[in-house]
Design a binder for this molecule. Sequence first.
Ligand code: AMP
Length: 538
Amino acid sequence: MAEKRKFQAIKGTRDLLPPETELWNRVEQTAREVFGTFGFGEIRLPIIEKIDLFARSIGSETDIVGKEMFSFEEYGFTALDTFRRNIITLNLVGPEPRFGFFNPQIHVDRFLEALSSSVQKGEIAKTPEVLSALGSMTELRDQLTAELQKEKPDPEEVRVYWSAIQQQAKNVHLGDQICLRPEATASVCRAYIQHNMHALTQPVKLYYMGPMFRRERPQKGRYRQFYQIGAEVLEAITPNTDATKSLGKDAAVDAEVIEMVMTFFARLGLEGVQLDINSIGHSAPECRRGYVEKLRAALEKVKDKLGPDSQRRIETNPLRVLDSKLESEQGIIAGLPRIGDSLCADCAKQYEKVKRQLDLRGVKYQENWRLVRGLDYYMRTTFEITARGLGSQNAVCGGGRYDGLVELLGGAPTKGIGFAIGEDRLILSLQEAVKGSVAQGRDVYIAWMGEKTLATAIRAAQNLRAAGFRVELPPVEQKLGKALGQADKLGARYALILGENEVASGEWTVKTLADGTQELVRGEKLVEFLRVQKKKEV
Ligand code: AMP
């Protein structure tokens, strides 16, 4: 008998279940409402994108792109892929050499035949890898055949020929490299370019929500499939605009975006919210690049006192040293040069304007000179929001300005600012605040007794549901005691008791479960009666 197998959700992913999903829905609904009041519209993006999009935007050397991406090749040519896989997975030498049993060259022939036919039909581009495969695989196959036809083939020779064939096959890309998106800002920019949104009234204000994927080490508040709610404001740069005016305008946009997130969190009742802001200048020698050099020089002087991660980052990305949470490094970091002292005049002015705008809007913030972003296209305003109850993973939102990104992705010069909220963490923090979580509950449990009452019970359920009440209609009749017990367990507010007498008289019994009181209500008046009760509760 086949062994019973219990499937589990993949590491780092999880099922979200009721009643918790009610909180998720409330959070998402609130985001839609609040973002809508700020003039944002929803964009629904694909979950798969080309890897290049993220390699270009986030950078191929970053952890996210280098190590954490779930990626695969998209094959449009299934037969060709199968033939290729046969070659790649076939082990000709090793613990169990499989040559001798059949003719491995046949896989090469099938693959080459399918490949040249796809090239002829124009389904596959004539890349150097494809041309090389078409040219040299035939030759390698002939050499392999000759070796295998010998009375005693030399396993080493066979291995060399076969791995050369395998390598050639691997080099042929049959489709785009695709990945599950690790974030959505790049996708929003891609969509802005793709749909010519620069031709719309500017700025374009978009929000999104949905799952993101990163192969990180799972822990509380860190998952491999996690959810983000984010928003972006994109604005085509018009030539010859007055730089000073533009600074003031950008500052207002930045502050409004931050105000919107803070309004959203306040509406949700999120506790212990702290907003940190900083300016990271712009990527120019007289601004951030100059600062990075100063920082690197200062770090070189204290290199011996730093841990291995920070030591490595002095070379690769000195700004990231400022992120360090290592206790032993905190004293050293406190004495490092600060970016605020190296900002160019425009960036410094812009930062002052953002703070003034936040003050005008009554948004409380804390300046944090250590808040940085490692990527070059980020500039000026940077912010992060933390909340209570999250331990070390306490950032619920990160955001910033990225004026160079759309251009980097092939679009026209465009300004951008946005943020991403970690929804999983937001929910965790909200749950900490209201321990015990929300019960899903029902408004009405219909306790029907006797087959003759079923038709009335169904009609009552339909009418109540149409009026928006949450109704539980048990599929089989129950004794009254059991029905009331069940209603209680489900957290119902009322039990509608329908026996044959009630149905005959048209006077139904409505029991309030909290205090056990009962009232007789005429069937046709039931919806009205419950509406009045609900209003009284509020
Ligand atoms: P980032 O896109 O890295 O700037 O992250 C923005 C926000 O997404 C963070 O502040 C977190 O709240 C959340 N986040 C990022 N990575 C994860 C993850 N692996 N699991 C859960 N939340 C995450």
